[in-house]
Design a protein around this ligand. Structure first.
Ligand code: BTN
Length: 245
C-alpha cells in the first residue's frame, strides 16, 4: 500500500484536549482542507448518536476526518461504511476475536461495541461539508450505562495488552485514504462481498434502534451499491437508508 496519503490524513492535527473533534472541525472548517484529520487525546464533550455523549477519557482514539469536496452526498455514506471496514480490518489483526460492522455505524467485537462512528454534514454557503467522527475503545475503560444493550469492550481487554494508538491510527487512515480513492473511482461495489462477510447479525433477527427511539426487528442481509442496508423487514426484502434511522 502507498505510504503517502492522497487525501485523507495529509494533515493530522493532534490536540491534548478538545470539546469534540467533530464540533471543532465543523465549526472551524475554513481553517482546514479536504481530508484533514483531527485527533484528541481526550474529549470534554464527545458526542454520539441519538444526542448522547461519548465518554472520551485518555487511552481511546477520538478522531474526525473532514470532507469538503464531496462530488455527491452519497459519498459520505460510502466513506463512513468503508471507514468502519478499515477499523474492522485493523482490529482483526490485533485480537483473536471476530469483529463485525453493525449497520449503520458501529464496529462490534462479538456482541460488544468497541467503536462508534458519527458522520455529520453541514451546509456552508453553497457547499456541503462533512465530518466522519470515530471513537474507538483501545486502552481506556469503556463506558458502561443503562443505555448500552450490550456491554462495551476495549481492545486491551480483548487482547490482554496495551496498544500503540499512533500505529492504529496510521493503519486506519491509510486504509481509509485508499478506500476513499476507490469510492471516487466508482469502485465501492468491489467491497460489497467483504462488507457482507463482516455484517453483524447477517441472516439473524436483530433489534435496530431508530432516531425516534423506536425499535424494530430486522434481518440484515448485505449492502447495496449506494451503501444502504439490504434486509428483511416486516417479512419482506427491503432497503434501509441511513437517513431513515
Ligand atoms: C456513536 O454514538 O456510536 C458514535 C460515537 C462517535 C464518537 C466520536 S469520538 C470522535 C468524534 N467526536 C465526537 O464528538 N464524536 C465522534
Amino acid at each position: 500500500m502507498r505510504s503517502k496519503p492522497v487525501s485523507i490524513g495529509r494533515k493530522i492535527v493532534r490536540l491534548q484536549s478538545v470539546t469534540s473533534t467533530n464540533t471543532e472541525l465543523l465549526d472551524r472548517s475554513d481553517r482546514y482542507e479536504n481530508g484533514d484529520v483531527m485527533i484528541a487525546e481526550e474529549q470534554r464533550a464527545g458526542r454520539g448518536r441519538y444526542r448522547r455523549s461519548w465518554h472520551s477519557p485518555s487511552g481511546g482514539i477520538y478522531m474526525s476526518i473532514l470532507i469538503k469536496e464531496m462530488e455527491k452526498p452519497e459519498e459520505i455514506l460510502k466513506l463512513s461504511l468503508l471507514s468502519a471496514l478499515a477499523i474492522q480490518r485493523t482490529l482483526s489483526s490485533l485480537a483473536n476475536t471476530a469483529f463485525y460492522i453493525k449497520w449503520p455505524n458501529d464496529v462490534y467485537a462479538g456482541d460488544s461495541k468497541i467503536c462508534g462512528i458519527l458522520p455529520e454534514t453541514r451546509v456552508q454557503g453553497k457547499n456541503l461539508i462533512a465530518v466522519i467522527g470515530i471513537g474507538i475503545n483501545v486502552n481506556n475503560e469503556p463506558a458502561s450505562g443503562i443505555h448500552l444493550r450490550n456491554p462495551a469492550v476495549s481492545l486491551c481487554e480483548l487482547s490482554g495488552k496495551k496498544h500503540d494508538l499512533n500505529t492504529l491510527v496510521k493503519n486506519i487512515l491509510q486504509l481509509t485514504d485508499n478506500f476513499y480513492s476507490h469510492i471516487r473511482e466508482n469502485r465501492f461495489g468491489e467491497y460489497l462481498p467483504e462488507l457482507e462477510q463482516c455484517l453483524y447479525g447477517r441472516g439473524k433477527t436483530i433489534i435496530l434502534k431508530k432516531n425516534d427511539g423506536q425499535q424494530e426487528d430486522i434481518i440484515p442481509l448485505g449492502f447495496t451499491e449506494d451503501a444502504a442496508l439490504r434486509c428483511i423487514r416486516n417479512g419482506k426484502e427491503d432497503i434501509l437508508y441511513m437517513g431513515e434511522l
